[in-house]
Ligand binder design. Structure first.
Ligand code: DGI
Ligand code: FE
Ligand code: FE
Length: 191
């Protein structure tokens, strides 16, 4: 398994800039830590963290090539929001090019940017590891890091409120998957 990581790290190094490569290693470490803490498959979580941004530095042409080759249909907001592309193209790249045939990994990568309702434990861990990894720096990072060690659901709720707020403040369109994750979470009993 760990030899396999080395192969993927080599591929990542070729596809990502230095900052993004470092981010991927940090998210992998954080996802592993959270998986151990919350009882998910830690090896799978590490792999998800490592590979989640694999197409982040891909060009417009490279993204479109992936969408075309694997018959991926984008909806209106996905078409017009370039920042959402890497989560979709990354999931298909991991499945069809790296040949990692695992629905859980596919979904975790596919929804790591928007989240969605009914997210699996592994997907939630990747989503939050991406928020809390060592390389991250934003205003509320300390709050997020404390919350993620206290309760995954509390941290998830905080992250969704934070994201929806940020996007609304920047007057960005918000993906329906983000809205349904937000609504589902706000209707739950989480303090
Ligand atoms: O790839 P990372 O930088 O590690 O993080 P990410 O995959 O969570 O991407 C975050 C970016 O995606 C951030 O700039 C906000 C954007 N984003 C996330 N959800 C939405 C969104 N942008 C729009 N317009 N709508 C969304 O729902
Ligand atoms: Fe990402
Ligand atoms: Fe990321």
């Amino acid at each position: 398994m760990h030899n396999e990581y080395e192969i993927y790290k080599k591929i990542l190094k070729e596809k990502l800039n230095e900052k993004r490569y470092y981010h991927s290693l940090c998210v992998a470490d954080e996802a592993y830590r959270l998986a151990v803490k919350y009882g998910a498959d830690s090896e799978k979580a590490y792999l998800c963290g490592l590979l989640h941004d694999i197409t982040k530095n891909a060009t417009y042409e490279e993204h479109h090539k992936i969408f075309e080759t694997f018959n991926v249909d984008l909806n209106e907001i996905e078409k017009s929001t370039e920042k959402l592309w890497h989560a979709i193209s990354g999931a298909y790249y991991i499945k069809n090019v790296l040949l990692i045939d695992d629905e859980e990994i596919f979904d975790a990568v596919r929804y790591h940017t928007t989240a969605k309702s009914n997210l699996s434990l592994l997907s939630k861990i990747l989503y939050l590891a991406d928020f809390c990894s060592l390389d991250r720096d934003y205003d509320d990072i300390d709050v997020m890091r404390t919350l993620v060690d206290d309760s995954l659901d509390k941290a998830y709720k905080y992250a969704l409120v934070y994201t929806v707020n940020e996007l609304a403040q920047k007057k960005c369109a918000i993906h329906l998957d983000t809205i349904s994750a937000y609504n589902e979470t706000m209707l739950k009993e989480i303090d």
